[in-house]
Write a protein of this length. Structure first.
Length: 298
């Protein structure tokens, strides 16, 4: 079924679907939720799904009214909207990257623990060696690494409640064995003596890595892909997509909905058959597959 009929409802629900979907992508890229559950992102995505369903219903009702012999014809006087081309062409690569970021997001438990540690001042600090708690174990260097020692050390940890001596096993020092009075770097929480003192306690920054460092080539790639799609997308072809056609739009919407469902385990922090990240990675294909379907069928 194809319809060129339009109404206030089709315009409202159509733009509501597009804009709320775009807002969900922006919220995911911005990191509105630092860890699951991704409430703002999922709320906006759910709103887009609701608008999509409303757009389909409103389009079918408008087509039914246009076939009524007693109804007054309402010609479609809309002109191609350049904003829609930008939203569609740049939305596909941006949505793909947003799904990728979601796939590599930390778990809810990890995020909550990170927040707790941050409130307790958890970070890397230089502390003083009080004494050696064991004999240094030397390790020879090689072509790819320097010689080093592993030593059990008793350290003076300056907690806010007062300094304490804590023994840390297997501390790493390059070239020379440690001795009392030297300083080493460890991670601890000054306001929480119950948090273990560890040598390497850096919290995961996978999302920051993807956004910042990989962004050196991902963001230019997104721009190139967006402008390439815009160059290939004719204004009239994009304009025709505003007119609902069941054989074109329903499968495309179904692909996007499937992608959203594949993201749910990761976004809500639960596993299906022992997996969540694998499903989220598979969802990255949904925007491109939906666009490919639209291009081939429109």
């Amino acid at each position: 079924m194809s319809t060129s009929a339009r109404s206030t409802a089709t315009t409202f629900t159509g733009w509501g679907m597009v804009l709320s979907g775009a807002a969900a992508v922006v919220a995911a890229l911005w990191g509105a939720s630092p860890y699951p559950p991704l409430v703002p992102e999922l709320a906006l995505a759910g709103l887009s799904v609701a608008f999509a369903a409303g757009w389909v219903v409103a389009s079918c009702r408008a087509e039914a009214r246009s076939r009524d012999p007693l109804s007054k014809p309402r010609p479609d006087t809309r002109r191609p909207n350049p904003v829609l081309r930008y939203v569609l062409c740049f939305g596909v690569p941006l949505a793909t990257f947003a799904a990728l970021l979601t796939a590599f997001n930390v778990s809810g438990a990890y995020g909550r623990e990170t927040e707790r540690l941050e409130r307790a001042g958890y970070d890397e600090y230089a502390v003083t060696v009080v004494r050696l708690a064991g004999e240094p174990a030397p390790h020879r260097g090689g072509e790819d690494n320097d010689p080093y020692y592993l030593t059990d050390l008793t350290l003076r940890i300056p907690y806010e409640a007062g300094p304490r001596e804590v023994t840390v096993r297997g501390m790493y020092t390059r070239f020379k064995a440690p001795k009392p009075g030297t300083e080493v770097d460890v991670y601890f929480a000054p306001r929480d003596p119950g948090t273990p003192v560890v040598e390497n306690g850096r919290r995961s920054t996978v999302r920051l890595f993807l956004v910042a460092f990989l962004g050196l080539w991902i963001w230019p790639l997104i721009l190139v892909a967006g402008f390439a799609l815009k160059a290939m997308a004719e204004a009239e072809a994009v304009h025709r997509l505003r007119r609902f056609e069941a054989g074109v739009h329903l499968p495309a919407l179904g692909i996007l909905l499937t992608g959203l469902l594949l993201l749910l385990p990761k976004a809500l922090d639960f596993q299906v058959a022992g997996h969540d990240q694998a499903f989220a990675l598979a969802s990255c294909l949904a925007p491109a597959l939906a666009l490919t379907w639209l291009v081939k069928r429109s």
